[in-house]
Design a protein around this ligand. Structure first.
Ligand code: GLU
Length: 334
């Protein structure tokens, strides 16, 4: 039987997340030569039959250069302004580099609300699927210019995990500025070694990933491991690989042990359950007695909550029914 590494290339639909530091820097703005290489790598994957969705950061970093800022903005309006300036610059560059490979791109900007609202979630899915059917490469980012902290997805690792679920991809590739997940922070500990394969994301693994804290973008290893954990519950594999140099992703696809591979959970959640668990903002809590816990965990009970459950008023809106959606727009897997 082939190993998970050898099976990597069999994943047809792939979401590739590109971190800010891969394609831009504080000092020099966009790294156009790296963008050109990425365009080539993506075009090769597409010619091999893979369906690709890109999630790209870099808008704020790109905008900083244009606004003459030397440090990442701290205030929300400045971040939003930088993102507005940077996003168009970013897309202009992607458009130019992908054109060389006859690939048309589309900009898709989403907010947490687009994902947390079932109808908008399905609308976004329909749009992305339509783009795919027409051979267009969707390039997705958070709509930073209209989001404030309370409603922000926060980091693009999280956004990429949401998109992976949204488009039903079977593989999430996170291009990072480090080689993968290490036993300790390699920037601080020279003894740290790379973990090539993670079969299950245990609390210990989450502990190793530590606190979020990348230099250029928003996410560090913690957000990447959380993204991997979220998609693993949906039966999706994640590969974290160094994206600063060309060819590494390709070599990983050829079966080489490069980066860190996170295996999916053997039993996947349905799309609807995954959406409830991973896409909604928690608005309340349910208190269960021992009998109810037993019924839910061991007997798989799906009946209405027991008398001891307390559902706050606003938690009802957290689980809207698909039944309100027009036929044909309902989730196939829900
Ligand atoms: N959406 C942000 C940007 O394009 C990046 C967020 C992140 O780094 O995760 O600049």
């Amino acid at each position: 039987m082939s190993s998970p590494r050898q099976r990597l290339h069999k994943n047809k639909r792939i979401v590739i997340k590109i971190g800010s530091s891969i394609i831009a820097s504080h000092e020099k703005g966009l790294r156009e030569e790296r963008m050109a290489e990425i365009a080539e790598e993506v075009s090769i994957l597409r010619s091999e039959g893979h369906e690709i969705f890109l999630v790209s950061s870099g808008a704020i970093l790109c905008g900083m250069e244009k606004l003459g800022l030397t440090r990442r903005p701290k205030t929300i309006p400045l971040k939003q302004g930088a993102a507005a300036v940077g996003q168009s610059r970013l897309m202009w560059a992607y458009e130019k580099h992908f054109e060389k490979f006859q690939i048309n791109v589309a900009q898709v900007l989403l907010t947490r609300e687009d994902i947390a609202d079932r109808k908008r979630f399905i609308n976004a899915r329909n749009t992305l699927m339509t783009l795919l059917e027409h051979g267009i490469l969707p390039i997705i980012n958070e709509n930073d210019t209209v989001t404030v902290d309370e409603i922000k997805l926060g980091d693009n690792d999280h956004l990429a995990a949401q998109i992976t679920h949204l488009v039903d991809a079977s593989l999430l590739v996170i291009l990072s500025d480090v080689d993968g997940l290490f036993t300790a922070d390699p920037r601080k500990n020279p003894e740290a070694t790379l973990i090539p394969l993670i079969e299950e994301i245990t609390p210990e693994i989450e502990g190793i990933a530590g606190e979020p804290g990348a230099i250029s973008g928003t996410g560090g290893m913690a957000t990447k491991v959380q993204a991997a954990k979220s998609v693993a519950a949906y039966g999706v594999t994640t590969l974290i690989v160094n994206g600063t140099a060309p060819g590494l992703m390709q070599r990983a696809f050829q079966g080489e042990s490069i980066g860190t591979l996170f295996l999916p959970k053997p039993v996947r959640l349905t799309s609807k359950k995954h959406w409830i668990a991973h896409s909604l903002k928690v608005k309340g809590e349910v208190v269960l007695d021992a009998g109810a816990v037993e019924a839910i965990l061991k007997k798989g009970s799906r009946s209405s909550p027991p008398a001891s459950a307390r559902l706050p008023e606003n938690s009802r809106s957290a689980t809207p029914s698909d039944a309100s959606l027009p036929m044909g727009k309902r989730l196939q897997k829900a």
